[in-house]
Design a protein around this ligand. Structure first.
Ligand SMILES: Nc1ncnc2c1ncn2[C@@H]1O[C@H](COP(=O)(O)OP(=O)(O)O)[C@@H](O)[C@H]1O
Ligand SMILES: [Mg+2]
Length: 294
């Protein structure tokens, strides 16, 4: 839903408990500038390096380049490692899923894939929440509530986590979200309805290729167009932030293989891409990243 810029909405975005901004204010003024190196290759200014991706300024104002790394982390960075080729696969998988979601009218930040590891996205004001949808019990839901992993839930459950590494992404209620101004009630209405559509669509899409969508995490952002604002899907959708189980064997095909030292992590990600029919044709040998300008 497109909403006009109103004082209430705007103030929610810049409230005192504002999210940790991914772009330091000094860099934000430089957005949109691209310098060309001697080879003609774009040398982009790096704006943020996260656990799995790097954000560079994009070619146009309001755009960013999202670079997918092979770095893997679990437990909010407590466990770290490399999954060779993961970045290439996640770039491709996320592109595919975001494009399919666009086709059914879910607004996303995705514009186009640039190369094996990078995609062009619209810059949004990230809402500092991790929206988790669960269809089958697993992970923290099982440990916290004692529900055996694999139990089909009576209905899909949405949980909210405050996206804040220093606090270990604590679980929060809608009360906290609106009281502290992380999102308005209108934002939350949009987030919930979009999340349910994404869940229904992706559940069917994965089921079609023999995969159960157990749970997943989404991030949303505010996209400003003149004075109008829309809540759009941002970040990525990949086996890094989905639990995907083979429907017949319940074999895990996601980051739990890394979290739980199960081995064959890259193979699992590749199998997801293969089943979706999108394995990168040239293989996973494009390991070179862009040159970051310091
Ligand atoms: N369209 C977007 N505009 C601005 N920021 C974004 C957008 N999509 C994703 N992000 C942010 O970029 C970062 C992606 O890198 P990631 O490695 O996932 O970081 P983190 O370690 O913070 O999760 C995240 O912090 C995410 O919120
Ligand atoms: Mg992330």
């Amino acid at each position: 839903m497109i909403r006009p810029r109103t004082p209430a909405v705007r103030s929610a975005a810049v409230a005192g408990h504002a999210p940790p901004c991914y772009i330091p204010p000094t860099c934000a003024t430089d957005l949109g500038r691209v310098r060309m190196g001697i080879t003609g290759m774009a040398r982009r200014r790096q704006l943020y390096e996260g656990k799995a991706k790097v954000l560079f300024e994009g070619p146009e104002p309001g755009t960013l380049v999202q670079y997918f790394k092979d770095d893997a982390s679990a437990g909010n960075g407590a466990k770290k490692g490399i999954i060779t080729g993961k970045g290439v696969l996640n770039n491709r998988i996320s592109e595919y899923l975001m494009m399919r979601l666009t086709e059914i009218g879910v607004p996303t930040h995705f514009m186009r894939r640039l190369n094996m590891r990078e995609q062009l996205i619209r810059e949004v004001e990230i809402i500092p929440l991790e929206i988790v949808v669960r269809n089958i019990a697993a992970g923290s839901l099982s440990t916290r509530l004692g529900i055996p992993e694999g139990t089909r839930l009576p209905r899909s459950i949405i949980e909210y986590y405050y996206k804040n590494d220093a606090l270990n992404d604590p679980m929060v209620a809608e009360e906290h979200i609106t009281a502290f101004g992380w999102a308005s009630t209108q934002d939350m209405d949009d987030i919930v309805s979009l999340t349910l559509r994404v869940n229904d669509f992706l559940t069917g899409l994965f089921l079609g290729v023999g995969i159960s969508l157990v749970d997943f995490k989404l991030e949303f952002g505010r996209l400003w167009e003149e004075d109008d604002m829309r809540v759009v899907l941002a970040d990525e959708i990949s086996p890094d932030n989905c639990r995907l189980w083979d429907t017949k064997t319940n074999e895990k095909m996601d980051k739990d293989r890394f979290r739980r030292d199960m081995g064959r992590v890259e193979e699992a990600y590749q199998e997801v891409a293969r089943r979706l029919g999108i394995l990168p044709e040239a293989g996973n040998n494009d390991m070179k990243g862009p040159e970051a300008m310091q």
